[in-house]
Ligand binder design. Structure first.
Ligand code: MN
Length: 730
């Protein structure tokens, strides 16, 4: 059938054949680069032989043939030629990088690493095997695709190795590479690997099946033709044009049915599978309706993988009906595109022209790979092992470039930000996980692709300590907070001491030049002037104690006329230690530098919420207005009258925020969004809806959030809906 990928060992394959195949799907490909890969490999493997006695180069040629069938990009194809040269010929990755490019070298190096993995037996540690493969794959999924093509050819020529080796390799293929191909959705590879495994693991069953399928071949082909014509006819009555094909199922799937039902081949009826390819999803359902009304459907056999795709992105409608000869036949209805995805899986996502696939898509695949679901057919065991693995080993998270980081279980995007770089952590304002805005408190899962958003205005805050899980992030935040506090105290302390000294007609400048400074430092056991300022600013040393120890002021302090001045100093000191205690004023959402009990109001234009960088503006008669820093609606006359403000972390209050959501028009979408918001634990104050042209809808939700991270949580809850086009704070 069309799109059915036929893999077979090609003995006479030449590089010219492959060039023609490459040009057939990618006429712009750099053929010289492709050939260069071949000649490099041919030279490196010169004199080496396969177990079959053939020249070694026939192996890379066949591997590339498979990659061409999957229509991979040029770098992957060249890596296919070179995949064994590091391991078998002692070529250095550096040479490949110089001769070709870093991408090719990276893929070859990844393959060399996989070849060194000692896979443990299933009982021992499948988790470990999987972990190693996921890490290799995380760097570049193309590594695994080449590995599958490599394994495919080795399986096809497995008859040339010892029986013991046959069993070992076939078992490893069935345990590791088949589930992997399945998870990656490359069904063409999966199906053939399964049949090959059956051939070497259960040869008696395999050959019996092969014989029986072959025996009835001509009769079956006639029947297939009959059914195809029948389906065509029925569809045409309703003017539905479709491509209909049919074939016997793969041996392994027949074998699985025999095992599952405990029956012999003769009793397996539905060995034929038909495929109906139509133009669009509407036609899929139309086709299903026609088939169900023309043939008798078997109850319980209908599956809608279009509405609910399999985890590996497989989409199709499946049904089983009673065929024209009262035989059960399985029918799959799908579009061309769905069929393409089913055959090529993850490989279908590679843009062969640029060799630069959309990373998000690939990483989403990796994520699905580790997020096993009930849907997965033959890998439930695999699944549970991997879950255990994640608990033991922590989580693997990726940068948008595909670099992998291993983090402690329970880590958040903030931990990830600090794992990348302290500066990234310190300026982190938010995170996109798998392309969606996600609260900083989100618990990362293996396979998540995390992009950290930073702003130079952002700095760490105390509540970050409750978000992070890693010691590194915690230390960095604490360091920052201490440094910040220290700087503030130093300024305050310096200021207060300056004022104090001024009362005695002297200054810090003079103080530092005289013996006073040294006397004070000695007395209080301080290192330098900075430390003195910090100690004063923090309220633990009062300025009157400092002046009392200054030799040059000893007389002045005793003088009767200075009594008032000393009282004044004492009152500063008192205020200072009080304000240190009062730092977190519980009644205001915002703390205004140097001012208590001041009226504070949030600007309506930008409506800041905790977590936003903010600036205070002094307004006449209305106290202080808080705008987000950089708000462009600030009244000209207010400019220049700013005052330092910061969010009060002690203050707990719900802030109203408006969120605009644009969606595709669909009945019930408003209630669906509301439900998602409520499920996220967010309260909705009001909602407004209106229709837009192009069958779109616009909604404005007024929600109540505690801070910025709750807003992000709200946004990501809304974005989780497929119909949602955009979500913005307004
Ligand atoms: Mn190989």
């Amino acid at each position: 059938m069309q799109n059915q990928i036929d893999f077979s060992h090609e003995r006479e394959l030449t590089v010219d054949d492959l060039c023609r195949r490459l040009e057939a799907y990618n006429p712009e490909a750099d053929i010289e680069f492709f050939r260069k890969g071949y000649f490099f490999a041919e030279k490196a493997h010169k004199g080496q032989k396969r177990s079959s006695g053939e020249e070694y180069i026939i192996h890379p040629l066949n591997v590339v043939a498979t990659l061409l069938k999957l229509r991979m990009d040029l770098d992957t194809l060249v890596a296919g030629f070179l995949h064994d040269v590091v391991e078998d010929c002692g070529i250095l990755p550096k040479e490949i990088e110089e001769e070709f490019n870093p991408n090719v070298a990276k893929i070859v190096l990844g393959l060399t690493k996989i070849s060194k993995i000692k896979f443990k037996t299933r009982e021992e540690s499948q988790a470990e095997n999987f972990r190693k493969l996921v890490v290799a794959m995380a760097k570049d999924i193309r590594v695994i695709i080449v590995k599958l093509a490599d394994r495919m050819h080795n399986m096809r020529t497995l008859q040339y190795v010892s029986e013991e080796k046959q069993k070992k390799i076939a078992q490893e293929t069935l345990d590791i590479y088949v589930p992997l191909a399945s998870r990656l959705g490359i069904n063409s590879v999966k199906a053939e690997l399964e049949d090959l495994c059956l051939r070497f693991l259960k040869p008696d069953i395999y050959y019996r099946l092969a014989e029986k399928v072959a025996m009835k071949k001509s009769e079956r082909e006639k029947y297939i033709k009959e059914v195809i014509e029948d389906i065509h006819e029925k569809l045409l009555v309703y003017s539905l044009k479709a491509d209909v094909t049919g074939r016997p199922k793969h041996f392994y799937s027949i074998y699985k049915k025999m095992i599952a039902r405990g029956v012999d081949f003769e009793q397996i009826q539905d060995v034929l599978a038909f495929r109906v390819i139509v133009n669009n999803i509407t036609e899929c359902y139309k086709g299903l309706g026609i088939i169900h009304s023309s043939f008798t459907p078997i109850p319980g056999r209908f599956k809608d993988y279009i509405a609910i795709p399999k985890v590996n992105n497989y989409q199709s409608l499946h049904t089983t009906v009673i065929g024209p000869r009262a035989e059960r036949i399985e029918i799959q209805i799908k579009t061309d595109e769905m069929d393409e995805v089913a055959e090529r899986g993850v490989a279908a996502h590679w843009a062969y022209k640029t060799g630069n696939p959309t990373n998000g898509k690939n990483l989403a695949w990796v994520q699905e790979l580790v997020e096993f679901s009930k849907e997965s057919e033959n890998s439930s065991e695999f699944l549970s092992v991997v879950k255990t693995d994640l608990d033991i080993g922590g989580v693997f998270v990726f940068t948008p470039n595909g670099d992998v980081y291993e983090l402690k279980y329970g880590s958040t995007p903030l931990d990830f930000a600090y794992a990348i770089h302290t500066e990234i952590g310190n300026h982190c304002v938010g995170a996109k996980v798998n392309g969606k805005m996600t609260p900083l408190r989100y618990t990362l899962k293996s396979g998540d692709s995390v992009e950290i958003l930073t702003s130079k205005n952002q700095t760490p805050s105390k509540d970050w300590l409750s978000i992070v899980k890693s010691g590194r992030a915690r230390n960095k935040i604490k360091q920052w907070l201490l440094k910040l506090e220290r700087e503030k105290n130093r300024e305050v302390g310096r200021d207060v001491l300056e004022k104090t000294l001024k009362l005695f007609s002297t200054s810090i400048k003079t103080f530092k030049k005289s013996t006073d400074l040294k006397a004070v430092l000695d007395e209080f056991n301080l290192k330098n002037d900075d430390e003195l300022f910090v100690t004063i600013g923090s309220g633990s040393l009062s300025p009157d104690d400092v002046v009392a120890k200054c030799p040059s002021l000893r007389d002045a302090l005793k003088a009767e006329q200075n009594k008032e001045k000393i009282e004044e100093i004492k009152s500063y000191s008192k205020k200072l230690s009080q304000s240190a205690k009062k730092k977190a004023h519980k009644d205001n959402a915002v703390i205004v530098d140097g001012m208590d009990d001041v009226m504070v109001r949030m600007a309506r234009c930008c409506n800041p919420i905790p977590g936003d960088p903010i600036t205070g503006y002094v307004t006449r008669g209305r106290g202080i207005t808080i705008h987000t820093t950089g708000c462009n609606k600030i009244n000209e006359s207010e400019l220049g009258r700013t005052v330092g403000v910061e969010w009060n972390s002690e203050f707990n209050f719900k802030h109203p925020v408006n969120v605009r959501v644009i969606t595709h028009d669909k009945p019930g979408i408003l209630s669906q969004i509301s439900k998602n918001i409520n499920n996220a634990g967010i309260n909705i104050r009001s909602a407004m809806a209106k229709s837009l042209p192009d069958r779109k809808g616009s909604f404005i939700f007024e929600v109540e959030v505690k801070d910025y991270s709750e807003l992000l949580k709200t946004i990501s809850a809304i974005e989780a809906l497929e119909e949602v086009i955009s979500v913005n704070r307004v």
